[in-house]
Every structure is written in structure tokens, then in C-alpha cells.
Design a binder for this molecule. Structure first.
Ligand SMILES: O=c1ccn([C@H]2C[C@H](O)[C@@H](COP(=O)(O)OP(=O)(O)OP(=O)(O)O)O2)c(=O)[nH]1
Length: 169
């Protein structure tokens, strides 16, 4: 198995800034407590492809509700690889819990962005059975898989990323 990446926590300074932007009512003490409990993504078994990402907070998501979460995580990825984020199968089967962007694409050059490459996730409970999602802090909420990718033979792209979500155009 190729070892191509490493997860880190973003700095507390970055987490505080990004958390306050999403949840302005949180106090600095609450945010420090959330930050201290953040777990790096892990695989559950030797044969698992997916790294489980854990929710930093307990949350309830009624049908058709959405939550945007700063994960507190950044990832250093070798050139030629990408991290892809997907729903956990179990939460998809039970609740149709979706990533709003269908699949999260985490580029290797996001790591060196001004925001430390802070990973965000946006989730929607798309249930058609009226079910409410309840996740406790530390529960696995989605999974990430590292994949290799190719580029075109005549590709001379020299652009430099700084930021995410539409930052390049
Ligand atoms: O679920 C996601 C998806 C992306 N990102 C970050 C990492 C990624 O490298 C960056 C840009 O994502 P993408 O390339 O998919 O977005 P885009 O809308 O095409 O914007 P850009 O112009 O920045 O490439 O945003 C996240 O934190 N979470």
C-alpha cells in the first residue's frame, strides 16, 4: 500500500477564526474545548479504503436541514494524489445523508493555502422517510479516500492555489 499523505490539525488560531464564521454564538472557551477533542481521521480496519472523519460537535439534523462544519483537519498529500470525500455508507443508507457537493475534492496544493488548507464539510439530511440525523461529537460522519490521478500530455498549467471553493476563478 502506498503511503501518500498525512493528516494534521489546523492551528487553534485558524480553527477559532473559521469556527466563529460558521457559529458566531460559540464562545472562545467552547471553541477551545471542541478543538482539543478533534480526532485525526482514521481507518477502522486494516482493509478499509476510507478514512473516517469524525464530527467535532454533537448535532441534530432534521429532514432537509444542512450543516457546514469546519473539521479542524488539514492534509498534506503527495503530488499526483487527491483526497476524495464521500458520505459514510451507513448514514447514506439510513438517512440519505449527503455531501452538498456530492463528492469533496481535496487538492494537494490546498494544504499551503492561507487558511492552512482547513477542510470544511457541508452535509444535508436528504431523507425521504422523515428521519432525523443525530450525531455525537467524535462520531464518524463521512469517509475520505486517497486516489491517484493523471494529467494531459500537453498540460502546462502553472497556476497556484490559495484557498478553496471557487478560489481559482
Ligand atoms: O468538501 C470539500 C471540498 C473542497 N474543499 C477544499 C479543498 C479543495 O482543494 C478546495 C477547492 O475545492 P474544489 O477544487 O473542488 O472547488 P472549486 O469550486 O472547483 O474551486 P477552486 O476554484 O478553488 O478549485 O476546497 C473542502 O474543504 N471541502
Amino acid at each position: 500500500m502506498e503511503k501518500v499523505a498525512k493528516f494534521y490539525k489546523v492551528s487553534f488560531h485558524q480553527f477559532l477564526k473559521d469556527w466563529k464564521a460558521c457559529f458566531p454564538n460559540s464562545t472562545s472557551v467552547q471553541i477551545q474545548n471542541i478543538y482539543d477533542e478533534i480526532k485525526l481521521p482514521k481507518r477502522a480496519t486494516k482493509g478499509s479504503a476510507g478514512y473516517d472523519f469524525y464530527t467535532p460537535i454533537t448535532f441534530v439534523l432534521p429532514p432537509q436541514h444542512t450543516i457546514k462544519l469546519p473539521t479542524g483537519i488539514r492534509v498534506e498529500i503527495q503530488e499526483g494524489w487527491v483526497l476524495t470525500l464521500y458520505p459514510r455508507s451507513s448514514l447514506g443508507f439510513k438517512y440519505r445523508l449527503q455531501l452538498d457537493n456530492s463528492v469533496g475534492i481535496i487538492d494537494s496544493d490546498y494544504f499551503s493555502s492561507d487558511n492552512e488548507g482547513h477542510l470544511f464539510v457541508k452535509l444535508t439530511n436528504d431523507t425521504n422517510e422523515g428521519k432525523t440525523v443525530n450525531l455525537r461529537a467524535g462520531d464518524a460522519m463521512l469517509q475520505g479516500i486517497f486516489l491517484p490521478f493523471g494529467i494531459c500530455e500537453d498540460d502546462a498549467c502553472q497556476g497556484v492555489r490559495n484557498g478553496g471553493f471557487g478560489s481559482t476563478n
